[in-house]
Design a protein around this ligand. Sequence first.
Ligand code: HEC
Length: 115
Amino acid sequence: MKRTQKRWAILVGASVAALAVAGCAAGNGNKPESKTNDQAQATQTADQIYANNCASCHGGNLQGGFGPSLEKIGSKLKKEQIVQVLQKGKGSMPSQGHLSSQEQEKLATWLTEKK
Ligand code: HEC
């Protein structure tokens, strides 16, 4: 295969995979073994996403640790501001851009209720 052909093949392959993922997430015939990490996270509740991505720094009960406590974050930051922190990171907190915007929204909504 020529270089350019190969690149196209990869591109096409990637979009087919993306479509397949989107299609699967919309349908109900989800096979657990074919779940990608993204799909698994899409069905997770906010506190599960938190436990998997944030608890290591912010503590299992939002009490803080390496990062500040988030127990009362809802009275400090608005939802949009939390989404910003997740997207861009803050100080020594790395960006959480690996989370989908759906997951970021879910988390931010959940966190604004912590007052
Ligand atoms: C590698 C450790 C680390 C991880 C993982 C991490 N954070 Fe942070 N986070 C921090 C640190 C450190 C700060 C303080 C940044 C600063 O103000 O300089 C912070 C700050 C924040 C703030 C702002 C707090 C405030 O009082 O202004 C929010 C909101 C937040 N994190 C939410 C999250 C969420 C939600 C996740 C999971 C998706 C997460 N963080 C994952 C370390 C982390």
